[in-house]
Design a protein around this ligand. Structure first.
Ligand code: PEP
Length: 247
């Protein structure tokens, strides 16, 4: 089987501006290697500019969310087809900030992932437990439920990326230890294997949650961690490039 893709995904959240796009994309393009994918997910209004700057470079780009329907009276939303038309290879779905602030449930996240796949956009599906889930010993139960909802709607062997993002590690500076993250990644891969053994080995599983230039290498060295989803540190091009090189 082909080895699974390694990648680093920059999630700018609602930060940055056109100047950041114009400063960072040429530098990222110069650093992009075939062996590790580099993906930038800017705020949606900048996708056109990022697409223009990334064109014919090795840098891929994507959105931070997508609607759960193909079209309609949905003010403020955009469809997976629109992302495909803009050249987005990826869309993040189910980020904990969407699950929390916008009340997205497992079913909504699963439908969004299916919409992406139908449009030819690869969903980067985020799963993760809260601190209270972890403290009450519910981590695996919560993750298995989040994953099951997605797998039920997905055709076997569909292209998708899984991102393990413990909610307590996002934006807190408190990353999971490499061993802790590896345990969860191996668990997620075993869950995928229950669904399709051949598929499980080919799904890229990213770690996200306070990945920084100084902890990236030890996280990415773990056998089931195939790269990272990076929030805060991705807004600094030097930090993002250090993290990328660690993958
Ligand atoms: C994220 O937003 O996906 C994330 C992991 O954020 P941070 O790296 O800032 O913790």
């Amino acid at each position: 089987a082909a080895p699974r893709a390694r990648m680093v995904v920059a999630n700018w959240k609602m930060f940055g501006n056109l100047a950041l796009c114009r400063e960072s994309l040429p530098r990222l393009a110069a650093a992009a290697m075939e062996s590790v994918e580099l993906v930038v997910c800017p705020p949606a209004p900048y996708l056109g500019e990022v697409g223009r700057l990334a064109s014919s470079s090795g840098v891929h780009y994507g959105a931070q969310d997508v609607a759960e329907v193909t079209h309609g009276a949905r003010t403020g939303e955009w469809s997976a087809d629109m992302l495909a038309e803009l050249g987005c290879r990826y869309a993040i779905v189910g980020h904990s900030e969407r699950r929390d602030r916008h009340r997205e449930c497992n079913q909504t996240v699963a439908v969004k992932a299916a919409m992406c796949i139908a449009a030819g956009v690869i969903p980067i599906v985020c799963v993760g437990e809260t601190m209270s889930d972890r403290e009450s010993g519910q981590t695996e139960v919560v993750l298995a439920e989040q994953l099951r909802a997605i797998l039920q709607l997905m055709k076997k062997n569909a292209m998708f990326v899984l991102a393990y993002e413990p909610v307590w590690a996002i934006g807190t500076g408190l990353a999971a230890t490499p061993e802790m993250a590896q345990d969860v990644h191996a668990f997620l891969r075993r869950q995928l294997a229950l669904f399709s053994p051949a598929w499980a080995g080919s799904v890229t599983i990213l770690y996200g949650g306070s990945v920084k230039a100084d902890n990236a290498a030890s996280l990415f060295a773990m056998p089931d961690i195939d790269g990272g989803l990076v929030g805060g540190a991705s807004l600094n091009v030097n930090d993002l490039l250090s993290i990328y090189k660690a993958a």
